[in-house]
Design a protein around this ligand. Structure first.
Ligand SMILES: [Fe+2]
Ligand SMILES: [Fe+2]
Length: 255
């Protein structure tokens, strides 16, 4: 099977395995262009090419069999359980806010602040996350999720928030936020809901304890009271962001 003259690298072997697995699939599974861009390649899966590669097969237009199945009418909690790659950081942040006696609005904002990172796209995670939840939560919660991305980089000594030491480690000591982040910070600083977003940062920074005991069940009631779950299922409703949830539900649907 291996006709290569040189030994395969780990990533070549991984590609080969993926290829073999794809041939076993009943349907053709395609990657979105953004997935290729994220692999550092400007290319796309075209239908003639894919059809030639997998003769006699049809494109996937529904559930991806490689992913955990979702209920017919998924709720936010189902996404937490089956689509969010990691929930510890969100649960720890929300737990910290809850123990600090914060109002439910703030607890919910902490619980949802990084959902874009764990389920969708990292770049501009505050903006994506805010759009995802906007139709279903109080306006203030979505606003706070959007702006926490910018506030993270700016200290506020009045609440004991300094520039995160972790960021120096992650981005280097010389990293400076881009101008659009600086502008967002200035607008947020002057906004009436500033402190709600700042409280996400305040509760965020202490949320990396690997031994903390956290449980999604502790937040099911808060979600129930503060997140308007659509009766059709989250993503199967007609909200302005339903398509984003559907994309997380069926990330490899051809169209
Ligand atoms: Fe964040
Ligand atoms: Fe965070």
């Amino acid at each position: 099977m291996n006709e290569h003259a040189h030994p395969l690298s780990v990533s070549e072997r991984a590609d080969e395995l993926e290829e073999e697995k794809m041939h076993e699939m009943e349907r053709i599974i395609t990657k979105s262009t953004i997935a290729h861009l994220m692999d550092g390649e400007v290319k796309m899966d075209t239908s003639p090419e894919m059809k030639a590669k997998y003769p006699g097969k049809f494109f996937l237009m529904g559930d991806d069999p490689r992913l955990p199945p979702m209920p017919e009418k998924p709720t936010l909690v189902d996404y937490f359980r089956h689509r969010f790659a990691s929930t510890a950081h969100l649960l720890q942040s929300a737990t910290h806010a809850l123990k600090g006696g914060q109002p439910e609005k703030v607890v919910l904002a902490c619980l949802l602040h990084d959902i874009a990172i764990v389920s969708f796209i990292r770049c501009d995670h505050g903006y994506w996350g805010a759009q995802m939840i906007e139709p279903y939560v109080d306006e203030e919660v979505a606003w706070a999720v959007k702006t926490h991305q910018a506030l993270r980089f700016f200290p506020d000594e009045s609440v004991g928030y300094g520039y995160p030491a972790l960021y120096k480690e992650l981005f280097g000591p010389d990293y400076k936020p881009e101008p659009y982040i600086v502008e967002e910070y200035k607008r947020a600083r002057a906004h009436k809901w500033y402190m709600t977003s700042r409280l996400i940062c305040v509760n965020d920074i202490y949320s990396f304890d690997p031994n903390a005991k956290v449980n999604l069940d502790d937040f099911v009631d808060i979600i129930g009271r503060n997140f308007k779950q659509p009766k059709e299922g989250l993503g199967l409703d007609n909200s302005p962001s339903a398509h984003m949830w559907r994309t997380i539900l069926w990330p490899t649907r051809f169209l």
